[in-house]
Write a protein that binds this ligand. Structure first.
Ligand code: ZN
Length: 96
């Protein structure tokens, strides 16, 4: 994901982003940013992996719940890794 102010690539695990202290700040330019989960981006990454995983499972591992859980887990992981976005911090978003 990229900073909305300076367009630098920002790591979700960076300690200025991965904090409970608000506002979060861009590690590069220190501008305040809001971290949010963008549902369309989340689904764009989560859905294909989950669907492909489900198809593979039905072809090769019918009724195997472990494979189903792995497909679901990988889909959610991909969604969370790619679905988080940054937008400029607004005072009114303090509880969101
Ligand atoms: Zn920045």
């Amino acid at each position: 994901m990229n900073c909305p102010h300076c367009s630098s690539k920002v790591n979700l695990r960076d300690k200025t982003i991965n904090t409970k202290e608000l506002p979060r700040r861009c590690p590069k330019c220190s501008e305040p940013v809001t971290l949010y989960l963008d549902t369309p981006s989340f689904l764009k990454f989560a859905a294909p992996i989950f669907i492909i995983g489900s198809i593979m499972r039905s072809l090769f591992f019918p009724s195997n719940t472990v494979v189903f859980a792995i497909a679901l887990g990988l889909g959610l992981l991909a969604g969370y890794m790619n679905g988080y976005q940054l937008k400029p911090y607004e005072e009114t978003n303090i509880n969101s």
